[in-house]
Ligand binder design. Structure first.
Ligand SMILES: [Fe+2]
Ligand SMILES: [Fe+2]
Length: 266
C-alpha cells in the first residue's frame, strides 16, 4: 500500500492579471512563473529517469511509489503546459518567441541527458531537484503561501502541485539511495543539477522582467530565509525526507484535492 495518491485534476486558467507588483514582489513572482515554464520539459525528464530506474529497482514498495511519482508528475506538467500558454499570451509575440526558444533549449538538454548520461547522473539530478523543491514547498506551506487568496497567477495549480511534491518527497531520495547510495555524489551532482535548473529559471525570469521593463529585487521575506535554511539542511549526510515534519496544512490540502479530482488512485 503506497502513501502516494494520484489525483487527475485539470485547472481552468484565467488571463493573467497585470504583473505590476513592487520590485520585491516581482523578484519573488517571476522566478515562480519561470518554474512553471520549465515543468513541461523537466517533469517528462523525471518520468523517463524513473522509468529507466524501475528496470533496476528490486524493492517492490519503492517500485510502486516510483510509478505513482511518475503519474503525479505527469498530471503536474500537463496543467503547467496549459497555464504556460496563458502566461506567454500575456507578453508580445517577440517575447513569447524568446521564451519558447529557451524552452526548446531546455528540452534539448533533457533529451540529451536521457540519451547520453548515466542512470546514476539522472537519478542524482532527480533527487537534487526534488530535495530543493520540497524545501521550498515546505517553507511556503509553513508560511501560509498556499492558503486561499494568496493571489499567485495560476491559482491552486501551485498549492496542488507543491502539496504533491511534499507527498512524494521520499521517492527520488529512495531511488538514489537504492541504486547509487553515495553521499558525496548526491551533493556534487545534486548541486550541479540545481545550478543547471535554476539557470533556466533565471533566464525565463530575466526575459519576462525585460519585457515588463522592470528590475525586480531579491526577495527578503521570512519565507525566503526559511527556504534557504531548509535547502541547506538537504546537504546534511543525515538528510532523510521521510523524517521531515510536514505542516498540518499539507494533509488538509491533499484531502481537498483528492475530493476535487476527476480521478483518484489511492
Ligand atoms: Fe511535480
Ligand atoms: Fe516531484
Amino acid at each position: 500500500m503506497s502513501a502516494i495518491t494520484v489525483r487527475k485534476i485539470r485547472f481552468p486558467f484565467d488571463a493573467l492579471p497585470p504583473l505590476d507588483g513592487s520590485d520585491e514582489e516581482l523578484g519573488s513572482l517571476l522566478p515562480v512563473l519561470g518554474l512553471s515554464l520549465t515543468m513541461p520539459y523537466l517533469e517528462p525528464y523525471l518520468i523517463r529517469t524513473m522509468n529507466a530506474a524501475l528496470r533496476e529497482i528490486t524493492d517492490t514498495a519503492l517500485a510502486e511509489d516510483v510509478r505513482r511519482f511518475a503519474q503525479q508528475e505527469g498530471h503536474h506538467y500537463r496543467n503547467h503546459a496549459v497555464f504556460n500558454a496563458t502566461l506567454r499570451a500575456r507578453f508580445d509575440g517577440a517575447t513569447a518567441g524568446r521564451l519558447q526558444a529557451i524552452e526548446a533549449e531546455l528540452e534539448d538538454d533533457y533529451q540529451r541527458f536521457t540519451r547520453d548520461r548515466s542512470l546514476r547522473f539522472n537519478v542524482a539530478y532527480a533527487e537534487g531537484f526534488e530535495a530543493m523543491t520540497c524545501a521550498g514547498a515546505l517553507a511556503a506551506a509553513a508560511h501560509g503561501a498556499f492558503d486561499p487568496g494568496s493571489g499567485v497567477p495560476g491559482g491552486e495549480l501551485w498549492s496542488w502541485h507543491m502539496a504533491e511534491e511534499i507527498e512524494h518527497r521520499t521517492v527520488a531520495f529512495g531511488v538514489f539511495e537504492h541504486l547509487v547510495g553515495s553521499y558525496p555524489y548526491r551533493i556534487i551532482a545534486g548541486v550541479r543539477a540545481q545550478w543547471h535548473y535554476l539557470s533556466y529559471v533565471a533566464r525565463f525570469a530575466g526575459e519576462m522582467s525585460r519585457a515588463l521593463g522592470r528590475t525586480p529585487s531579491r526577495p527578503r521575506s521570512a519565507m525566503h530565509r526559511e527556504v534557504i535554511r531548509r535547502y541547506f539542511r538537504t546537504w546534511s549526510p543525515w538528510y532523510d525526507p521521510a523524517t521531515i515534519e510536514v505542516p498540518p496544512s499539507v494533509p488538509a490540502l491533499l484531502a481537498r484535492y483528492t475530493a476535487a479530482a476527476e480521478h483518484v488512485r489511492s
